[in-house]
Write a protein that binds this ligand. Structure first.
Ligand code: 5GP
Ligand code: ZN
Length: 119
């Protein structure tokens, strides 16, 4: 989609601080980080929400989650031995959750005590 910010980042038309990439996924640092690690992981194909993605291509949703975990490993948020110190995945969906970019993305957040519940 030519008018989608994240599609334009995948094509390189808009620059991104890329931290991980596979054939079908793309991960880059958030421009307004909410934690020491704040990376967005997306499918290269355009799908608006996680629900629409899992309906259209469940395998691709799995690839996006696997890429998010790989980013967490790369950022030192988990190890091969266990889930320490840990990280959070967030998929905001719709206006009540504050979704502002309508290309599905997982926020990978970590590097501080994230607390629960979120504000
Ligand atoms: P949402 O609120 O839709 O869940 O998250 C969208 C995220 O995209 C926000 O955290 C916002 O900071 C990030 N974002 C918006 N525009 C850009 C941009 O041009 N570059 C990058 N790297 N992140 C962006
Ligand atoms: Zn898109």
């Amino acid at each position: 989609m030519s008018d989608c910010l994240f599609c334009r980042m995948v094509t390189g038309e808009i620059p991104a601080d890329v931290v991980h990439e596979t054939g079908r996924t793309f991960a880059f640092r958030d421009i307004n980080p909410q934690a020491p690690t704040h990376v967005l992981v997306i499918p290269k194909d355009h799908h608006a929400t996680a629900g629409l993605l899992v309906g259209a291509d469940p395998q691709l949703l799995g690839e996006v989650v696997a890429a998010a975990h790989a980013v967490a490993m790369q950022e030192g948020l988990v190890t091969a031995d266990g889930p320490e110190p840990g990280y959070r995945l967030v998929a905001n969906t719709g206006p009540a959750a504050g979704q502002t970019v309508h290309h599905v993305h997982l926020h990978v957040l970590g590097g501080r005590d994230l607390g629960w519940p979120p504000g």
